[in-house]
Design a protein around this ligand. Structure first.
Ligand SMILES: [Fe+2]
Length: 290
């Protein structure tokens, strides 16, 4: 391997694998090296810039811990997480979107029609819909893992004043595939911007804000699990999401309802005399792949 040049190094790399290398590993590494080499040649990367890049990765490693993963955040703000989501989305099924770092394990069960807002103040929202397959069948016993920010813009894991399960719930659909719960309107928030990823956002003239959203993980036997988020159509950051998570089919309407119209069948029935909002959002799950 003596005659390596700047023009043939990608080819040399592609030819330098052990005979038993897994074909997929070979494909991914060859593609990675091809794009990395092309990128380096295209921007004429300097030694200083190369060193800064490695220092960036080292800093990201130092700041990463079980509660904070700077590499996931880097993937998010570069659009990589969303690109992987979109490449593997199934036409006709509800789009997936980023999981984010604030999901907690073992969320408390909540019956259909249950109250997720507990004692928090904020604009009451009634969220409901159905889980269906792509043939339109309503799916019984689907589980819906739900989480969101409190009105102060913080998830429970960020906020010592909330118990870890506040604004987290696990719902199971009945025979009709329906889910429904009450909550308060989630609010916009910023991704962590006090580390190396924040430096990238600053350098790029970008803000760290995300539009407000409800997070969902929907699972049902024989269907592909869905990790997604749902956004209100009037959010000011809808077209500036710093992690590129918004999709057209994930935008919903908060429809204002008059005072005194809160419907029967909810845990808060009789306890919401004022105006509230209502959101209807249906989930369509794709067939599971073998
Ligand atoms: Fe979130």
């Amino acid at each position: 391997m003596r005659k390596v040049t700047k023009d043939n190094i990608t080819e040399v790399f592609a030819g330098y694998f052990g005979e038993d290398t897994d074909p997929r590993v070979r494909e991914v590494l060859t593609g990675l090296a091809r794009h990395l080499h092309d990128f380096t040649r295209e921007v004429n990367l300097t030694h200083d810039e190369w060193r800064k890049g490695l220092e960036f990765l080292e800093w990201a490693g130092r700041i990463t811990n079980p509660e904070r993963n700077e590499f996931v955040l880097l993937s998010d703000v570069l659009g990589l997480s969303s690109l992987v989501d979109m490449i593997h989305s199934v036409p006709g099924a509800t789009s997936s979107s980023v999981l984010g770092p604030f999901h907690v394990s073992n969320p408390p069960p909540l019956a259909v029609g249950g109250d997720m807002k507990r004692n928090f103040d904020g604009q009451v929202v009634l969220v409901e819909g159905h889980v269906r397959d792509q043939q339109g069948n309503q799916i019984a016993n689907a589980t819906i893992d739900i989480w969101q920010t409190a009105p102060n813009g913080m998830y429970s894991s960020q906020d010592p004043d909330q118990d870890i399960h506040s604004f987290h719930a696990l719902m199971t659909t009945g025979e009709d595939g329906r889910y429904a719960f009450t909550t308060v309107r989630p609010v916009e928030y910023t991704v962590p911007n006090d580390g190396p990823v924040g430096k990238i956002l600053d350098a790029a003239g970008r803000h760290p804000w995300r539009p407000s959203h409800l997070h969902f993980i929907v699972k049902a036997d024989g269907l592909r699990s869905l990790v997604t988020e749902v956004f209100p159509d009037d959010d000011p950051y809808l077209d500036q999401d710093t992690v590129f998570g918004v999709r057209d089919d994930l935008i919903m309407n908060y429809v204002e309802q008059p005072a005194g119209s809160f419907p029967d069948g909810f845990e808060l029935t009789g306890r919401v005399p004022e105006a509230y909002s209502r959101v209807v959002f249906d989930f369509t799950l794709a067939q599971a792949t073998a």
